[in-house]
Design a protein around this ligand. Structure first.
Ligand SMILES: Cc1cc2nc3c(=O)[nH]c(=O)nc-3n(C[C@H](O)[C@H](O)[C@H](O)COP(=O)(O)O)c2cc1C
Length: 389
């Protein structure tokens, strides 16, 4: 479908599209990048691999998929964070990366339970790395036979999507629906609160837009995201991580040279402006907001917040509700400090004064929209490391 937006994007350069370029524009094939969604639970010959094939589908910041797994003995595994997959500018304390690893562990737990196993998880068994992660393991996990602890949220792992389309402006999100999300949380996962009235939703839209503006105007954070963008099928299938831009509009813009990583990083370029406008469009169609906070901010708290995060998202999926995080205002780089304080004040979560004080771990918009396609993933086998690693 060529939309008005497509025409604006491509502009005069559209005329150069022909031949092979046109064919690749019309025929998108991301089946390789999405293969792990089909492979999940297909029988890997080991209970841990079977459960891990679901865990790699966890939500995680910038789709960095920072997990590395070492299988230990017959029943255990060690989870590590890949130090080459950290987001040093947007996530200087590695808080968001740890949240993603917490979501990974929760999907592992749900998938293990389906097979009749409980998990014994020892978080940061060699100590909590602060102020940033180091090479120490994130979690030591043991599978223990334990029938009868299945969790209904498992049913939504394969259909969960981070939604980046406009939400239906004629469908409000009811209080009962948002309260039902809260039911998915266990006390240790953190606290979920929400707003769905116009005045509070508008106030949060303003904060989110401001956070987004600052992230885009701050050179290191803009650069980090731009360089992690994969544009078009070939790049995405080759590197199924980062921020993926695909479909006819993106392919067309790429083919005429308007859409490149470098152009996205160039303030004032059409690619830069389109990036800003696209995300603001998402913010503007928010129908409700919710946020997840924790009383502390230790690494273990962040892992548990990740479990809460994915549980909220799975519950939303089960209710047919679309969800997208807006993390900009929560980020710890210095230029964001004012907005960071503002969002903590707005939500009533105490602005952290010490490293371990309470804090906001996630902010999400909710609404109704057609579910989008599955995000790219690296196959499980590429995330396994040898026993002597
Ligand atoms: C801690 C964290 C922060 C995130 N922040 C954002 C965000 O600010 N904006 C956004 O669109 N997606 C955000 N995401 C969603 C990821 O980009 C998404 O999980 C990833 O691209 C994989 O896609 P999927 O969730 O559809 O599987 C965040 C996810 C996590 C876990």
């Amino acid at each position: 479908m060529v939309t008005r937006r497509a025409i604006l994007w491509t502009g005069a350069g559209a005329v150069v599209l022909a031949g092979a370029g046109l064919a690749s524009l019309l025929h998108s094939d991301l089946s390789k990048a999405r293969a792990p969604w089909k492979a999940a639970g297909t029988g890997f010959g080991d209970k841990r691999l079977d459960a891990l094939s679901y865990a790699v589908l966890a939500p995680n910041p910038h789709n960095m998929q920072p997990w590395l797994i070492r299988l230990d003995g017959e029943d255990a595994l060690m989870l590590f964070c890949d130090s080459g997959r950290l987001l040093r500018s947007t996530d200087p304390q590695d808080r968001q990366i740890v949240i993603g690893l917490g979501a990974f562990l929760e999907l592992l737990r749900l998938a293990a339970a389906e097979q009749g196993f409980a998990l014994e998880v020892d978080a940061f068994p060699e100590g909590e790395p602060q102020p940033t992660l180091d090479g120490r393991p994130v979690a030591a996990v043991r599978f223990v036979a334990d029938a009868g602890r299945k969790d209904p949220l498992f049913a939504h792992i394969l259909t969960r999507r981070t939604s980046r389309v406009a939400f239906d402006q004629n469908r409000p999100v009811a209080a009962e629906t948002l309260n039902a999300l809260d039911q998915a949380l266990r006390p240790e996962d953190g606290e979920f609160e929400w707003v769905n009235d116009a005045s509070n939703v508008d106030a949060l839209k303003t904060i989110c837009r401001e956070g987004w503006r600052i992230e885009m105007e701050t050179a290191p954070t803009r650069h980090e995201s731009a360089m992690l963008t994969r544009i078009g099928d070939d790049e995405i299938n080759a590197d199924p991580d980062g921020i993926s831009l695909f479909g006819p509009v993106m392919e067309a813009a790429r083919l005429i040279g308007m859409l490149t990583k470098e152009k996205m990083d160039e303030v004032g370029s059409p690619a830069y402006q389109a990036t800003i406008d696209f995300y603001n469009g998402n913010i503007d169609t928010s129908m409700a907001f919710g946020w997840l906070s924790t009383a502390g901010n230790s690494r273990a708290d962040q892992l548990r917040a990740g479990a809460g995060w994915v549980r909220l998202h799975l519950a939303a999926t089960g209710l047919g509700l679309a969800m997208q995080p807006f993390s900009q205002a929560l980020q710890e780089f210095p230029e964001m400090a004012e907005i960071y304080a503002e969002i903590h004040d707005f939500t009533g979560v105490e602005t952290p004064r010490a490293p371990l004080a309470g804090r906001l771990q996630g902010l999400f918009r909710f609404g109704y929209a057609k579910p989008g396609p599955a995000a790219p993933r690296w196959p499980l086998e590429t995330r396994l490391i040898a026993a002597d690693a």
